[in-house]
Structures are given as C-alpha cells and as structure tokens.
Design a protein around this ligand. Structure first.
Ligand SMILES: Cc1cc2nc3c(=O)[nH]c(=O)nc-3n(C[C@H](O)[C@H](O)[C@H](O)COP(=O)(O)OP(=O)(O)OC[C@H]3O[C@@H](n4cnc5c(N)ncnc54)[C@H](O)[C@@H]3O)c2cc1C
Length: 408
C-alpha cells in the first residue's frame, strides 16, 4: 500500500477545491468518492440535448465566488441575467399589491430576527401569529434554509453573508459541470466509500469498501448527515466533530424539471410562486436560459413528503401550474427529471442549517484534529454555508492548513 500525502474523502465542491490546490502544490493526493460521479450536491444532468442543474444552480455572492473566478479559465461561460426571484410572472395569482405586502412582511420578519439576536435563537419564535404572510415566510424558509423556521437558529441565519453582496450569476454549461471539470488534474477513486479512519498509528489509515488507504493527512468533506450517521468511524478525538455535524443537519430542497412542448406565452427567466398564501407550495423558474423547461423547487417538509411518494411532486406541480396558466398547460408539461437528495445515501439532504442554539457548531466542525485530520464542506463555512462557493472556500482553507501543518 502506497502512502499518500493527503486523502480527501468526498469529491464535491470542497474536496475538489482542496484537491486542486494540493495537487498543484506537488503533493500526492487522492480524492476518494463513494459514488460513481464527481460533484456531490453539484450535478448537471442531461436530457435529449438539454441540460439543467439538479443541485446548485446559482453562483451566489458571484462577485467574490471562487467558482466564478475559475469558470473562464476552464472554458465555462458565466450568465449574468438578473434572477427572477420575488417577481411573479404577470402577477398571476399574486396581485402586485400582495407581492409588495409579502415582501414587506419578510423585511419585518428579518428585522425582528436582527433585533432578537440576544434573545431566542429559534426563528419561529419571532413569527407574528397575526400576520397573514406567516405561511409565505414559512415557505420561503424551506427554500432558503431547506427547513422550517422551528428548526432554524436565528444567529446562524443572520451570519449568512450573501445578503451583503446579492450578486447571483449562473454557468451556461451548468454549475455541476463546472465543478466536475475543476477536478480534471486531480486523481480520483470513484465507488470507494470510506467506512472508517484510524488515527492510532503514525499514518492515518482509511478503510474503504475497496480496501485500505494510508495517508499522512486526511480532509473529510462528507455532508453533515453522513458524518452524524456514523457511516464513517472517526477517531475518538473527533467526537466533538460528530456532535457538531449533528447540530448542523441538512435541510431538504428538491427540484423537478419539466420539458415544455410549446414555449408560447412563457417569457424566458421568469418565475411564479405556486400559491403565495400557503406554506405547501412550489416555486417555478420558467424557461431558465430561455430553454424549453420549467424548474419546480420545494423545500422542507413538502420536499420530504414528495420524496416519499413517487409521482406526487409532478402531479402537485402540474396542478399548481394549471391553476395559474390554465388547464391547457398540462399537456405541454413532460417531467424529465426530479431530485431526491434526502434519498441519496451519500448526501442525505440538500444543505446545512444550524439548529437553534448551535450556531457555534460550524467553527467546531471546521477545526482540525491533531494537525492531520481536517474537515471541509459547506457546513464548515462561517459565512457562506449551504453554498457551493462556501464549500470551495472551506476546501481551500483545509488545503492550506494541511500545507502549514506539514511545514511545522
Ligand atoms: C436542490 C439544491 C439546490 C442548491 N442550490 C444551490 C445554489 O443555487 N447555489 C449554491 O451555491 N449552492 C446550492 N446548493 C448547495 C450546494 O450544492 C452545496 O452546498 C455544495 O455543493 C456542497 O458541496 P460539499 O463539497 O460541501 O458537499 P458535497 O457536494 O455533498 O460533497 C461531498 C461528497 O462526499 C461524498 N461522500 C459521502 N460519504 C462518503 C464516504 N463515506 N466516502 C467517500 N465519499 C463520500 C459524496 O458522495 C459527495 O460527492 C444546492 C443544493 C441542492 C441540493
């Protein structure tokens, strides 16, 4: 068995960012990936000449996003079309005055969160029970955080940095394709799930379904729900990391992609919310990039419900769209793909949020064990958690920490 300088567990955004940096620094590095695909929660899928992202799609904080900087170098194109969020296409089912009222309710709620930063850390405690927009706020939370406000730490939510830049771009060829392409010069072992890391010897010893791997240092980038499940036996000194991962569970967000047989009447890059007056509703991105597609998006308990029930998401989305666009749209919609991130055994969800009272868990998860076992991944990011660029930064941070530790 050859001893590696660094083994990186997981070939998602964080692992790839770390792998590129360490390989370019001349280290003998291996990305060890459980599935048969590079990218993790970044996944561009293809259907009859069309492509779409089933995981991350938006380069948030694009003006300081590591993937945006890398895209031109890798031959990818950035699309700077303004996101359609928050504007209902033709005010369908959501009159302009109500859209203004709903936005104002969201602003009031965020103001209450900021004012309560020294009080309750449970976001649902800051809801105003008399506000008619409470279901709307709950629905937004399931999209943004992947979870209901009941499960959301106020302090963690407020720490998220994107609101300050609010620049959102896309990759024409797909965010998932860009992230996978970034791994091109990094050795990868696919179909190699790691089941244990032993730190009792001089080198770290990883047990995988395909045999053992030895490495001087290891960077673990697996999603928090994978870590918290005990699927990887970690050294006893990493028990705080496992607890931290448990306090940073993955919320759920899923997409359904419909092919539109006829685009007449649908303007490119517009959006509708299925029903702004209830929590159990989906948001629909109409004709992303002008393509003949509609991308439906749900989160939280609604996403969980649809994952459990075969065609429920497609039927629900068809009903909501028919309610807005008329019965005729039904025959123009062909479901061509659907994500079920909670059912992927090596993802187990979509993006992390901190449970009330646990905003500090991110710093614990991001700390190293004895200068040779390191952690990265979106959940380790203090300010850009839940995103692919946050994952990128944590991968780089872990790679730099590995180099520093080897020099010490
Ligand atoms: C529906 C959806 C929409 C999203 N939208 C956006 C968006 O618009 N913008 C944005 O920035 N972010 C978005 N995200 C979040 C973004 O995709 C993630 O934050 C990011 O991709 C996470 O990268 P990561 O490297 O931390 O983890 P992952 O991508 O999950 O990588 C971890 C890797 O570890 C592997 N692994 C797990 N267990 C093992 C094991 N035992 N052994 C070996 N390998 C293992 C996994 O297979 C995976 O490849 C979205 C996510 C979803 C699901």
């Amino acid at each position: 068995m050859k001893r590696l300088d660094v083994a990186i567990v997981g070939a998602g955004a964080a692992g790839i960012a770390a792998g590129r940096y360490l390989a370019a620094s001349g280290l003998d590095v291996l990305l060890v990936e459980a599935t048969d695909r590079i990218g993790g929660r970044a996944h561009t899928a293809f259907h009859e000449g069309l492509h779409f992202d089933l995981g991350c799609g938006w380069l948030h904080s694009a003006d300081r996003n590591g993937w945006a900087s890398l895209a031109p170098e890798l031959g990818f194109h950035l699309d700077r079309t303004t996101p359609p969020w928050g504007v209902q296409f033709r005010d369908l089912g959501f009159p302009a005055a109500d859209q203004r009222a709903a936005r104002a309710a969201f602003a009031r709620f965020e103001q209450r969160l900021r004012e309560a930063s020294s009080g309750s850390d449970r976001a649902s405690d800051l809801l105003d029970g008399n506000d008619r927009w409470t279901p709307y706020l709950e629905a937004l939370s399931t999209y943004i955080n992947g979870t209901e406000l009941e499960q959301l730490s106020v302090r963690d939510y407020l720490a998220y940095a994107d609101a300050e830049t609010a620049v959102n771009w896309r990759v024409t060829e797909g965010y998932g394709s860009l992230i996978a392409a970034a791994a091109k010069d990094v050795p990868v072992a696919l179909n190699t799930a790691i089941t244990g890391i032993d730190a009792s010897g001089h080198a770290l010893r990883l047990t995988s379904v395909r045999g053992e791997i030895e490495a001087e240092c290891v960077i673990v980038t697996t999603p928090t729900d994978v870590l918290a499940s005990g699927a990887i036996r970690l050294p006893p000194r990493a028990s705080d990391h496992i607890d931290a991962a448990g306090a940073l569970p993955l919320g759920l967000a899923d997409k359904i992609i419909f092919k539109l047989s006829d685009c007449d009447g649908f303007e490119p890059d517009t959006q509708v919310l299925g029903n702004p007056y209830v929590k159990r509703t989906a948001s629909y991105h109409i004709r992303p990039f002008g393509r003949p597609l509609i991308e439906g998006f749900v989160g939280g308990e609604t996403a969980r419900e649809f994952e459990a029930d075969g065609d429920a998401f497609a039927a629900f989305a068809r009903d909501e769209l028919a309610g807005l666009f008329g019965h005729g749209i039904r025959s123009r919609l062909e479901p061509i793909a659907q994500s079920r991130w909670g059912r992927q055994p090596f993802s187990r969800g979509s993006y992390s949020h901190a449970l009330p009272g646990h905003a500090l868990a991110r710093a614990i998860l991001a700390s190293d064990v004895d200068g040779r076992l390191f952690f990265a991944g979106e959940a380790c990011s203090a300010l850009d958690f839940s995103t692919a660029h946050g994952a990128f930064q944590t991968g780089l941070a872990a790679a730099r920490a590995v180099l520093n530790s080897r020099r010490a």
